[in-house]
Structures are given as structure tokens and as C-alpha cells.
Design a protein around this ligand. Structure first.
Ligand code: AMP
Length: 404
């Protein structure tokens, strides 16, 4: 694998797999351009050094060929604007109505240094997701260099995220700046965590987090479990959880995880108390109560104030912090305090020198919404990819670049 920072992109046509899978509203306006912004550093470096960029991405989940609402043409103008701002000059951005075929080939050939070609949605071809070799090869022939900067899809063995890497020599394939940062941050946690290492795992479902919990049992010193998933564990320990979220079919596995932790030196922390509600609604009546004494008809929708202190104490004595998943139904004001307090504690620990990584879906939304994104060491852009990494899986997008 080549190093992005040491590569000379002058006169090179650089194929960059970006993650432009951004949310669009009904009028096709981007509602959150974080992913585009996150890819700008890589693109601008290529252009500034005198290369040209061919951008490849997917958008949404089209199932049977082209769909108007998933066309990347909707992104042309906003991407161009962001590129112009980042380059401080007017960048020529050409759109190809397809991602394979003669027209694309001609547009790629005609591309001049400093220019950008954006290909149409890769997933308009089923060959992208099936990892078709001929499709990957066709994409590969468009450029001289391959960069994967799409950490969000690194867990997929798709044509553009993994398969096409094999058509480039070691010297001509590499991670982009975003991907480099993502991989380095994730490795810092899984492979070089300074102890004590606390993993804070929240969110709704135990079933989504079992593999990650099992893997972390071998790495972490402490695991904090909050959010809806905590109640399956509390019930597994014999607690009364009323109408709180519970996956009864996961009670056994929850017991196994608790037993495994007890047998090793990992401490699992469940919330001592909860904010309970008489219905799942923003205007519900609430009470604060011990998490294992929730009456019938009531449900735990956030961790309580004692739990906030309990978790804070663990977080502040940790040198490494991984946080995935909110502590409660943070979307509703009444149940957002737990997540906010944990964000504060993670920020405080970071200020004191701990390394903190926040990632995976809703925890990123929560930390952004609460305004703590710049107070932690790293906020990952990869949802599913990050979770699979922490489950201990080898990500095809990373392996493809690393392999000879
Ligand atoms: P996940 O995608 O698994 O990280 O779950 C995130 C979702 O879990 C958010 O939409 C939260 O509202 C929800 N959540 C967190 N805590 C609870 C809870 N105690 N009861 C129900 N849902 C919850």
C-alpha cells in the first residue's frame, strides 16, 4: 500500500471511492453534508498537486437499476460549491450520466489536471454490490491510482470498495486521508488501548451489540451498558423492569456475557437508576427510580442521576474511551439528560488526556446535537463499518488496500 501523504499526484488520474451517501429531502436538497465535507481534504490534495479526480460513490439503496431520486446529479452543484470553497478557486466538475461505458471512458480520458469527474451512482448496477470483477476492472481502467476514502462502506466487499483494488499495484493504491484517520483511531482503541479502557455501549437493541460486547470483553477493563439494551441485562440479573425494552430471547446471552465478565477482570456497569415514563412519549409522566424496581406499566427511557455519577466516575478514571449508542431516548428532551451527562464526562476525560472515540449511528447524531463533537478525540463517520471493526471482523475495504 502506498502512503497518501508521500504520493505525488501530478499528472495522475485518481479514482477516489468517496462516501457521498448523504441524506436528501423531498426537493433533493442535502440535509447533512458531513460526509462530503469529510472527503474534501483528500480530493483537494490530489487537485492541488496537479492531478485530476474521478469520484465514485453510491447514494441510497436502489434495487433495480437507475432511480431518479438516487442520482448523484443532485450532488453536482453542492459538491462543486464545497470544492470551490475548499480550493479557493473555481473547480471544473463534470458529471457522467453513468459509471461505466463509452461516455464515461471518454470523459475520463478528456479530464485535465485540476478537474473533477463525478460518476453516476455505482449501485445503479447490481454488479457493484455483488463485487463483480468485470465491473470492478472497468472502473479501474478509468484511472492510474486508486484511493479508498469511504470508511462508511469499508465493511462491504463491493466492486468499488474492495474488488477493484486488485487491479492496482501496491504503489498505486492507498487509503485517503479520512480513511487513514478512521483506521488509525479505531486501531488506537482495539490494538493499542491505554488502560483503563472503558467501552460505553448504549442504544436500543442488545441483538445489534452482542458481537461487539463479546469482543470487548477481551479488550476493555470496564463496559458501561446504557440505553434500552441495559434492561435486558437488568432483567437477566433478576430485576423488575416493568414495560422497558427487553429482548427476552437474549436473556441467556446477556447472562453469559455477565458471567464471562465476572470470571475475567472486566467490570460491567449497569445504570443504578433510571428515568421512567408511563408512556413512550415526549409528554409522558416521569419518575426517577432504581433500575431494578421499575413498576408494571412504566418503562425506563433514560439513565437516572445516580447512574450519571456512577458512569462519570468510571469514565474519568479511564485513559481510553469508546462510545457507541445513546444512554436514553435522547431525541425527546425529557430523556436526553443521561446522554448529555455522559457526553460531558467523556469531554472532561478527554480534556484530562484520555483518548476518546465516538462512533456508530445515533451516538454521532447525539454528540453533534449536544455540541460536544469537538470536545472528544475523534468522531467516526463510519456507522456499520465501525461496529464491525469493533466486533473484531476484518473489513474488506481495509484488507483490499493492505493486500498485495
Ligand atoms: P441504536 O441504533 O441501537 O444505537 O439505538 C438508538 C436508539 O435507541 C435511539 O433512537 C434511542 O431513542 C433508542 N433508545 C435509547 N434508549 C432507549 C430506551 N431506554 N428505550 C427505548 N429506546 C431507547
Amino acid at each position: 500500500m502506498a502512503s497518501f501523504s508521500h504520493y505525488n499526484f501530478k499528472n495522475k488520474k485518481v479514482l477516489i471511492r468517496v462516501d457521498f451517501n448523504v441524506p436528501l429531502d423531498a426537493d433533493m436538497n442535502i440535509t447533512d453534508d458531513t460526509r462530503i465535507k469529510a472527503s474534501l481534504a483528500t480530493i483537494t490534495k490530489v487537485l492541488q498537486e496537479g492531478g485530476s479526480a474521478i469520484l465514485m460513490s453510491h447514494l441510497g439503496r436502489p434495487k433495480n437499476g437507475p432511480v431518479e431520486k438516487y442520482s448523484l446529479k443532485h450532488l453536482v452543484s453542492p459538491v462543486n460549491k464545497l470544492l470551490n470553497e475548499a480550493m479557493n478557486s473555481s473547480v471544473k466538475l463534470v458529471f457522467a450520466n453513468d459509471c461505466r461505458g463509452e461516455e464515461v471512458k471518454l470523459k475520463a480520458q478528456a479530464l485535465q489536471n485540476g478537474e473533477v469527474l463525478l460518476l453516476e451512482n455505482l449501485r445503479f448496477y447490481k454488479e457493484e454490490e455483488s463485487g463483480d470483477e468485470a465491473f470492478a476492472k472497468e472502473l479501474a481502467t478509468l484511472g492510474d491510482v486508486y484511493i479508498n476514502d469511504a470508511f462508511g462502506t469499508a465493511h462491504r466487499a463491493h466492486a468499488s470498495t474492495a474488488v477493484m483494488a486488485k487491479y492496482f499495484s501496491q504503489e498505486n493504491k492507498m487509503f485517503g486521508l479520512l480513511m487513514e484517520k478512521e483506521v488509525a483511531s479505531a486501531e488506537k482503541i482495539l490494538q493499542a488501548a491505554k488502560q483503563p479502557f472503558v467501552a460505553i455501549i448504549g442504544g436500543a437493541k442488545v441483538s445489534d451489540k452482542i458481537l461487539i460486547l463479546e469482543n470487548l470483553l477481551e479488550k476493555a477493563t470496564d463496559i458501561i451498558i446504557g440505553g434500552g439494551m441495559a434492561y435486558t441485562f437488568i432483567k437477566a440479573k433478576g430485576g423488575e423492569i416493568g414495560n422497558s425494552l427487553c429482548e427476552n430471547e437474549k436473556l441467556e446471552i446477556a447472562k453469559t456475557i455477565l458471567n464471562k465478565a465476572a470470571a475475567s477482570s472486566v467490570q460491567i456497569h449497569l445504570p443504578i437508576d433510571s428515568i421512567i415514563a408511563n408512556k413512550f412519549a415526549a409528554n409522558a409522566d416521569t419518575q426517577e427510580i432504581e433500575s431494578e424496581k421499575i413498576p408494571a406499566g412504566w418503562m425506563g427511557l433514560d439513565i437516572g442521576s445516580k447512574a450519571c455519577h456512577q458512569f462519570k466516575e468510571v469514565i474519568l478514571r479511564s485513559n481510553t474511551i469508546l462510545w457507541n449508542g445513546p444512554m436514553g431516548v435522547f431525541e425527546m428532551e425529557k430523556f436526553s439528560n443521561g446522554t448529555k451527562q455522559i457526553a460531558k464526562s467523556v469531554a472532561e476525560a478527554t480534556e484530562r488526556g484520555a483518548f476518546s472515540l465516538v462512533g456508530g449511528g445515533d451516538s454521532v447524531a447525539a454528540i453533534n446535537e449536544l455540541g460536544f463533537a469537538d470536545k472528544v478525540s475523534y468522531v467516526s463517520t463510519g456507522g456499520g463499518a465501525l461496529l464491525e471493526y469493533f466486533e473484531g471482523k476484518i473489513l474488506p475495504g481495509i484488507a483490499a488496500i493492505n493486500s498485495k
